[in-house]
Design a protein. Structure first.
Length: 274
């Protein structure tokens, strides 16, 4: 499959207008993380380097067509002393398929605290899922063969008894990435859509549903590397009416909380269930 560097390599076709080439995929629709990552890199290119992205909020409006290019139009909404804001429209065939607002911050000083990383085995103590027989036929591993994804068995971690659905995954990009933080932030935006909606199905193993990301919000807290281990601590506090709310906290291997994600997704029956 395509390397993340290829996914994030956009062509500038005019001021604040960029184009992403089709990316090889086994999916019938463009992966949401691809559109999110490309939208974010488009926004980053219009911002002074002294600002770094701290949040994004996005809606998936129409399914993307993976065999045609996607055009990204960036609007410069605000230029402030501490913050600036960009809006990105992603288009195919003249129709908007995705919208994103991204906020950038120069950084300030203030109070500090963060959640502790949950107790989990080290990533290197778990088998590579690409080598595990029970994961070998999963579409995720075929689509994301460039990623090392290691789902933590329930009996090897401490689950919260009052949470409805929980899933924890170690993840990293398998190959070394450039040192610039923009690459790692946009890579994590891509990664953040991986397996998150699947956490809503943990209590419903084996059900057949149509799944699609509907909206996606993300916050970035501290520098990190996407080619080093990151723990994606995923929960789904509610599912109903054909939609599921999911959320995730992302920690580096040293226990630092580096990002957080909230997503609502479509989870509706493919057929009437008995």
């Amino acid at each position: 499959m395509a390397r993340i560097e290829e996914v994030l390599e956009l062509e500038q076709i005019d001021r604040d207008i960029y184009r992403g080439a089709p990316i090889e995929t086994i999916l019938q629709r463009t992966f949401g993380g691809q559109v999110a990552g490309q939208s974010l890199i488009s926004a980053v290119r219009t911002v002074d380097p002294e600002y770094t992205v701290h949040s994004l909020h996005a809606y998936f409006l129409r399914p993307g067509k993976p065999k045609i290019p996607t055009v990204y139009r960036v609007e410069r909404i605000r230029e402030g002393r501490s913050f600036c804001t960009r809006r990105v429209n992603a288009l195919q065939d003249g129709e908007i398929i995705f919208v994103m607002s991204a906020s950038f911050h120069r950084g300030d000083k203030g109070p500090e605290h963060m959640d502790e990383m949950p107790p989990v085995p080290k990533a290197d103590d778990l088998p590579d899922s690409a080598d595990a027989a029970e994961f070998r036929d999963r579409w995720e591993l075929k689509e994301w063969s460039n990623w090392d994804l290691r789902i933590i068995p329930v009996d090897q971690t401490e689950m919260h008894p009052r949470l409805a659905a929980q899933q924890r995954v170690w993840m990293r990009y398998r190959a070394p990435l450039p040192d610039d933080q923009t690459t790692h932030v946009c890579t994590l935006a891509y990664m953040s859509d991986m397996m998150l909606l699947g956490s809503a199905l943990v209590p419903h193993r084996g059900v057949k549903v149509q799944m699609a990301s509907l909206d996606h919000a993300m916050w970035f807290f501290q520098p990190f590397r996407a080619d080093e281990w990151l723990l994606y601590d995923q929960t789904s506090p509610f599912s109903g009416s054909g939609r599921s709310l999911t959320q995730g906290r992302i920690f580096d291997a040293r226990g630092n909380m580096v990002a957080a994600v909230v997503q609502e997704g479509l989870t509706r029956w493919l057929q009437e269930q008995g």
